[in-house]
Write a protein that binds this ligand. Structure first.
Ligand SMILES: [Zn+2]
Length: 265
């Protein structure tokens, strides 16, 4: 028989880790996983910006006129503000992926909150816009993180091809993406990575991701699909939620492509 303390620990783990997972992944409440329109595709890129691969990715997006969403690490945003600014100037949406690539359930919730704020401040200092979209590393939220829904829209994904591994990116990614995107009954939110320096990833995997993505975009050139940022995606009712920002960006009125960076000017 289990003793009382074991029951308490099991209950805590179930509530802290499993409940958010069931809500966001299985029931699809509280996080954007897919769109309502099967002809909309939203490419999302995590873990950057990376000084080698992100510029190549931005070139590819421009060439194919694709608007995408970047979930960046605050620390890397501070190191490469010119890439954050270029993302904004190219018309992409910028979201947060934590300050460093830590797993939320292994980090005290007040540290997660503090580092999110630090990341949001870093991005706002570069772009003049406060980010409102958040994807936690590995897509894992804790129970405490659900309170962040007041300020951030959580974003997960519906399509992924294990592109953080070189072998998958080189051999399977193109076919996986084409199959999943073209057969989807909902708008695809595609998870990809423009940096290979995080734990568990192969450093040169983004090189093969870029090759696969270029092939996918070429093959889909004459399709009826159109590419949208996450904030442009048509959502089902369960995926829509409004956020409130204590740091509302009123000092930077609607200025996506016009605002000049306070840091870079
Ligand atoms: Zn990540």
């Amino acid at each position: 028989m289990l003793d009382l303390s074991t029951y308490i620990i099991i209950t805590f783990v179930l509530l802290y880790v499993i409940l958010p997972l069931v809500l966001t992944r299985l029931i699809g409440v509280g996080a954007i996983c897919k769109g309502a329109d099967p002809q909309e595709v939203s490419f999302t890129f995590d873990d950057g910006p990376d000084p080698v691969y992100t510029p190549l990715l931005l070139d590819l997006m421009s060439k194919h006129r694709v608007k995408a969403t970047f979930f960046v690490l605050g620390e890397k945003a501070e190191q490469h503000p010119e890439l954050i600014l270029r993302m904004q100037q190219d018309g992409h949406l910028i979201g947060i992926h934590n300050y460093t690539h830590k797993m939320n359930i292994l980090t005290p919730p007040w540290v997660v909150r503090r580092e999110l704020e630090r990341s949001a401040n870093a991005i706002e200092a570069i772009t003049g816009e406060r980010p409102h979209y958040y994807r936690p590393p590995w897509g894992i939220l804790s129970l405490a993180d659900l309170l962040l829904a007041k300020h951030y829209k959580f974003a997960l994904w519906s399509v992924m091809g294990f592109d953080w591994r070189r072998n998958s990116a080189e051999n399977n990614l193109k076919d996986t993406l084409l199959r999943q995107i073209t057969s989807a009954s909902a708008g695809s939110v595609v998870l990809l990575h423009d940096c290979g320096n995080t734990w568990g990833a192969d450093p040169d995997a983004p090189k093969y991701m870029l090759l696969a993505l270029e092939s996918v975009l070429n093959e889909l050139k004459n399709s009826k699909l159109h590419y949208v940022r996450l904030d442009e995606m048509t959502l089902t009712l369960s995926e829509v939620h409004v956020v409130h920002d204590d740091h509302e960006v009123s000092a930077f009125p609607d200025s996506r492509n016009e605002h000049k960076s306070p840091l870079l000017n």
